[in-house]
Design a protein around this ligand. Structure first.
Ligand code: BCO
Length: 375
């Protein structure tokens, strides 16, 4: 189940239509704030107190400046602060409702970020094309695009950028240098090989990949070469996977005395079913394009093996599903995401809410006026 705020994200459905999950406590007595965790409420109370102090200071300033209360100025200041408060509230909510972990789970994001910052190298690049398709490149080819700490941070930044890309319809993720990704940089793995640091990195990456999975974009992982360990986990956060000839997906975690920690285990079960997932994880099995197709892990095997050709094929494949108004494509993805994550009744209500955003809207009216038949 999802918490109310999460399903609210899964397309603006009213929180009361949602079911509770993801560990965020609910407080019915708090009415509209009922989905806020104690730490979120503390954040808000802190902001409110700061705002009051600021307003009071400004009031005193105008009082002395004008010799009277300066009511008009005061009203303007109050209204500015109200807007600011609203924006901050929305930002906090947006980030929290997309994520799995927050302070209520003992997750201190700023501390985790500081630690990851120490392990530099590589980059995550994003290009937003006019067609509404974004291209996200994992760029650290010297070590097969393994994730350094700064790449983890950059992935989070790019996901935020994509959340704010209102014209976006689709996303292709691929690795530079003809290979996808060999997971976490083993130097980082060694440096943070204690339980607490590992859990922090795990929560950070689960939050980022959950937000990636919930983007209102149709997402495709283009697997060239190898998708290993965390790289195999990353591809499960996409809606679809396309493989090139000779490529391979492999969950090697068992060989490292681990299980997936970036959410790849839970997502793999939903993609291929629990029996196949158990085999792939406990056997650390090499999955070639043929087997991936058979398991439903891949949609198609592309014919090109080179980067430019494969990318072009992936674009063409994705554009079959991204043609049309962004509002409709995005709503479709969000509706499917709700169906994937919510219990049936909550998913139905979300579908109704999403439907309501489109019915009688510009795309709907234009379709009615120009294309009443679908022969
Ligand atoms: C919750 C997250 C869990 C995780 O992701 S843990 C990490 C899981 N990944 C791994 O264990 C991958 C280890 N690497 C390998 O098994 C092999 O390098 C791999 C990916 C099969 C590729 O084999 P080959 O094609 O023969 O290439 P190669 O071994 O010569 O690699 C080329 C250079 O890349 C380096 N590399 C590959 N994966 C890396 C990684 N994850 N971290 C750090 N360095 C990595 C590798 O050491 C080699 O560098 P160099 O040429 O020896 O300097």
């Amino acid at each position: 189940m999802l918490d109310a705020a999460t399903s609210h994200h899964l397309l603006g459905c009213s929180p009361e239509t949602s079911v509770v999950m993801l560990g965020t406590a609910t407080y019915p007595c708090l009415g509209p704030f009922s989905v806020w965790s104690p730490s979120m409420l503390a954040d808000l109370i802190y902001v409110c107190i700061c705002v009051c102090i600021y307003i009071y200071n400004i009031y005193i300033f105008f009082f002395f400046l004008t010799g009277h209360a300066g009511n008009a100025c005061l009203e303007m200041v109050i209204s500015m602060w109200k807007n600011l408060l609203q924006t901050m509230k929305e930002r906090i909510l947006q980030q929290r409702r997309m994520s799995v972990y927050n302070q209520a789970h003992g997750y201190e994001e700023e501390l985790v970020k500081k630690q990851l910052q120490q392990f530099a190298g590589g980059s995550i690049n994003l290009t937003k094309e006019d067609s509404g398709i974004g291209i996200l490149t994992l760029n650290n080819p010297k070590i097969m695009n393994a994730f350094t700490g700064t790449m983890m941070l950059e992935l989070q930044e790019r996901v935020t950028e994509l959340e704010n890309w209102k014209d976006g319809k689709g996303l292709i993720i691929y690795g530079a240098g003809n290979t996808f990704c060999s997971g976490s940089d083993l130097n980082v793995v060694k440096a943070i090989s204690n339980s607490q640091d590992g859990m922090n990195m795990c929560m950070f990456m689960q939050n980022t990949l959950t937000r990636l999975m919930r983007l209102p974009l149709i997402t495709v992982a283009l697997v060239q070469g190898k998708a290993i360990g965390g790289g195999a986990e990353l591809i499960t956060a996409c809606d679809f996977r396309l493989m090139t000839p000779g490529s391979e997906i492999r969950f090697v975690h068992k060989l490292m005395g681990l299980v997936p920690g970036w959410g790849g285990g839970a997502r793999l079960v939903r993609i291929v079913g629990s029996r196949a997932a158990l085999k792939l994880l406990s056997g650390a099995t090499r999955v070639d394009p043929e087997r991936a197709l058979h398991l439903g892990l891949s949609e198609e095997t592309l014919s090109s093996s080179d980067e430019a050709g494969a990318l072009e094929e992936a674009r063409a494949w994705l554009s079959q599903y991204t043609e049309g108004p962004a509002s409709v494509i995005r709503a479709t993805k969000e509706m499917v995401a709700a169906g994937r994550e919510l219990l049936l009744e909550a998913a139905l209500r979300t579908e109704k809410d999403i439907f309501g955003t489109l019915w009688g809207g510009p795309a709907n009216l234009q379709a009615l006026a120009t294309r009443p038949k679908h022969k």
